[in-house]
Write a protein that binds this ligand. Structure first.
Ligand SMILES: Cc1cc2nc3c(=O)[nH]c(=O)nc-3n(C[C@H](O)[C@H](O)[C@H](O)COP(=O)(O)OP(=O)(O)OC[C@H]3O[C@@H](n4cnc5c(N)ncnc54)[C@H](O)[C@@H]3O)c2cc1C
Ligand code: SF4
Length: 576
């Protein structure tokens, strides 16, 4: 703790955002940078708590408490206060492969759990995270870190969202050859084509992808697994497969008039807009000059509001079926849970600046979409609702008589969430889905098909970037163990237990070789899915090296284990 009195001396610095009426004129990010002195003061506010709730990352009553990837927040707060930025990025990268994504778009459950938040505004953790990584890029400290050796194992990752990218980065770091398959034309998943530019500029994704490529990851875009390349081919050619295909099936609005022109899923609108901004064709779904109604009050709905405003919408209304959240925590939502309180996000702030009021209307249900007689939507019929407890405690929606209304709408955007991954691909891999339509996996992220793993929204349901990164990292560790005889050099869920750059051949006995290993020997294990190991280097055969061929496992894989003195062990690591 750099400054014991910091939290008493300095207040929380409000987020520096460009004024709403200025930023709606362009697609640039809403946040400019911060002065170094400001950041040091903000770092000094951290109390270095004995139990840092900010870093705990647990689910309590279904709500996140603390950082899901267990960022070492008090450590880097302190380092920023001391001006030790390089050490700060080393700490940050220990638990987070992509702080430049979370630093921009994470809703920051860490801040909701910060102890200072009990009596004062919490530490500005997210702002500090983003500034650490941006400073590191600026100083040239973020460079490719390819693995020192390769294992000879091949892993395929399907989907290049944050879960797929994190899994790929970690597996590559462990020395496996990684290929990422992405059906879209660009890498990034919802980071690229969901979250709009003003929240996350696309150059930020490209910058990271270039680093991953330089570390040795192969990206194959424009290739839908299951269509352009068969699932069986992947299973045959790769030693493990990670499915990170996201939750992409949108929840539909089942009302009269749904078929009218001008009624679109949010993603049709957002994806087309980003494509156009990246040099693609002009968007076919424009809000310019239109009365826009967004159905859904979540992140996706907010992004539709911000995008519609920038396209030149005439008016924007956002309908939410739930009640307006309270201004402060309620008794059943205590600290350190995620605070379910009223928040104004960038889109609502901009709409208020344009038209004088928050665009959200709470407790409103859509009854019918009305056409103009020519097949295009022209209005939306609504009714106010209330939530009541039905017998058995279940909440039920009641329409309130006499509250029927109508809103002009010549563009209706449905942002009501997602129901799960497209089921065809899991089916092609023989993976079971749960009752919510998500891919089932065990505690080691393995699906019901051996050797096929799942991570991110396709398995946990629609969630957040930070959880996707967390699952990608954990799935990579599980795959590494699967490929390497139950051992992994990748960090565990707390980010510990492994060096930043992995050397696959490590000191110490493994399994039944415990008795044979000498103190100065390295012992390694290697599995091959297809056929025996290639011949050993000639000079390695004989006295110094012992190779043990284990039995085939349940999947028919051949397992070989080596015991070798240090110099040969490292050599083998490179050649195999
Ligand atoms: C509009 C919007 C805004 C959001 N804003 C935020 C935010 O501000 N903060 C936040 O934390 N979270 C936000 N989220 C949620 C967040 O983006 C997701 O939780 C996260 O991206 C999930 O990551 P993922 O890797 O599991 O899946 P995705 O990011 O969905 O990536 C899945 C990838 O798999 C690819 N794929 C699917 N099928 C195949 C196939 N057969 N072959 C090859 N590739 C395939 C897809 O093309 C996609 O690129 C937002 C979501 C949306 C929709
Ligand atoms: S909970 Fe808040 S004050 Fe405590 S260590 Fe974490 S960031 Fe610092």
């Amino acid at each position: 703790m750099g400054k014991p009195t910091g939290f008493m001396e300095f207040g929380r610095e409000p987020a520096h955002v460009r004024p709403p009426l200025e930023r709606v004129k362009d697609w640039g990010e809403t946040h400019p940078g911060y002065e170094e002195a400001t950041l040091r003061d903000q770092g000094a506010r951290c109390m270095d708590c004995g139990i840092p709730y900010c870093h705990s990352g647990e689910l309590v009553n279904g709500l996140a408490m603390g950082c899901p990837i267990h960022n070492l927040i008090p450590e880097w707060n302190d380092l920023v206060y001391r001006g030790q930025w390089r050490e700060a990025i080393i700490r940050l990268h220990k638990t987070n492969n992509f702080p430049e994504f979370t630093g921009r778009v994470c809703p920051a459950p860490c801040e909701g759990s910060c102890t200072l938040g009990i009596s004062q505004p919490p530490v500005t953790i997210k702002m500090i995270e983003n500034e650490i990584i941006e400073r590191a890029f600026l100083e040239g400290w973020v460079v490719p870190e390819p693995p020192l050796s390769r294992t000879g194992m091949k892993a395929a990752v399907v989907g290049s969202g944050p879960a797929g990218l994190a899994a790929a980065a970690q597996l590559n770091r462990a020395g496996h050859a990684v290929t990422v398959f992405e059906r879209d034309d660009r890498v990034g998943g919802l980071l690229m084509y969901g979250i709009p530019n003003m929240k996350l500029d696309k150059s930020v994704i490209d910058r990271r992808v270039k680093l991953l490529e330089a570390e040795g990851i192969d990206f194959v875009t424009g290739t839908a697994v299951g269509l352009d390349i068969a699932a069986e081919k992947l299973v045959k050619e790769y030693d493990a497969v990670v499915l990170a295909i996201g939750s992409t099936v949108p929840r539909d609005l089942k009302v009269e008039g749904r078929e009218l022109a001008g009624v679109h899923f949010a993603m049709e609108f957002l994806v087309a807009n980003t494509r156009a901004l990246l040099g693609g064709p002009a968007t076919p779904v424009s809000a310019a000059g239109r009365d826009v109604v967004v159905i859904g009050g979540g992140d996706t709905g907010t992004d539709c509001v911000g995008t519609a405003i920038r396209q030149g919408a005439k008016s924007v209304v956002q309908l939410e079926i739930l009640p307006r959240p309270p201004e402060t925590r309620t008794a059943d939502n205590p600290w350190p849970q995620w605070p379910k309180v009223y928040k104004v996000d960038y889109g609502q702030e901009e709409a208020a600046a344009m038209w004088g009021a928050d665009p959200r209307r709470y407790l409103v249900n859509t009854r019918r979409l009305v056409g103009d007689g020519g097949g295009h939507v022209k209005a939306i019929e609504t009714v106010e609702i209330e939530w009541v407890h039905a017998p058995g405690g279940r909440l039920e929606m009641n329409e309130c008589a006499g509250t029927e209304g109508s809103l002009p709408a010549d563009l209706v955007l449905i942002a009501m969430g997602f129901t799960g991954p497209a089921p065809e691909l899991p089916a092609a891999f023989g993976c079971k889905l749960d009752h919510r339509g998500n891919i089932v996996h065990d505690d080691d992220f393995m699906t019901t098909t051996p050797g096929v793993f799942a991570a991110g929204d396709c398995a946990r349901g629609q969630s957040l970037v930070v959880w996707a990164i967390n699952e990608g990292r954990l799935a990579a560790r599980a795959v590494d163990k699967f490929l390497m005889f139950g051992e992994s050099v990748l960090p565990d869920y707390l980010g510990g237990g492994a060096p930043a750059t992995a050397i696959r051949w490590h000191t110490g006995p493994i399994g039944d070789l415990r008795a044979e290993a000498e103190p100065d020997q390295r012992v390694g294990a290697a599995q091959r899915l297809h056929g025996p190991l290639p011949p050993l280097p000639v000079e390695a055969e004989g006295g110094d090296l012992r190779r043990r061929s284990g039995p085939e496992d349940a999947l028919g894989r051949h397992l070989s284990v080596f015991v070798a003195p240090l110099h040969l062990a490292s050599r083998l690591a490179v050649e195999h």
